[in-house]
Write a protein that binds this ligand. Sequence first.
Ligand code: 3PG
Length: 232
Amino acid sequence: MTPGAQTGKRSGSGATATKLVIDTFRRNRLIPVIVIDDVQHAVPLARALEEAGLPCAEITFRTPRALEALEKISTECPNVLVGAGTVLTPKQAGDARAAGAKFVVAPGFGAAMVDYCVEHDIPVFPGVATPTELEFALSRGLTVMKFFPAESLGGIAYLKSMSAPYGGVEFLPSGGIGLTNMATYLANPRIVAVGGSWMAPADWISDAQFDRIRGEVRKSVKAARAVKQEGK
Ligand code: 3PG
């Protein structure tokens, strides 16, 4: 299986869209995980991320206004790769796509949601924590998946042994990752990118601390670029 191809059960346009998203993740190496309550903050936040060199955002469906925030970013910030996180149901996935989400992420493997995305050519990255869940994702032709909650599960050491039998599978770890430990993941060639809320925590967004977010993102982008991948 070609790493990152995600071609398995997808039709042509789904595979292409997924490849574009994965290529962007691979280039950026970081995915800001966003919890946003106030739609007014959506565009300033997205612009802050873009200005700081990280034009990407996973807007989590954990707040009532998340869908609106996603839609605003999608409409007003065309250079930002915006996706939906914490997507649990087919309806949420459909709503996310309609609002302009370019990708869908979930904490776990919800079969109905994942199957809906695959059928509708929506790039989807379900969370896996065990070989069984990893195999569910593989059975849908997915070769890049979220690894969550990364640190609580045992970090890169657990991920290495859990995924050892499955060549060609790559990961987007998140959960407990920040500036101080992201290199442990990014150094591993099976890591496409790491996700996390540390670059734009919910309280910084609600307090409109966009300069602070810009600063943290710049620092993180620089640190991520400095990590050398093992074997390269
Ligand atoms: C996620 O959905 O990926 C996580 O909630 C991010 O975890 P963090 O807040 O520990 O970065």
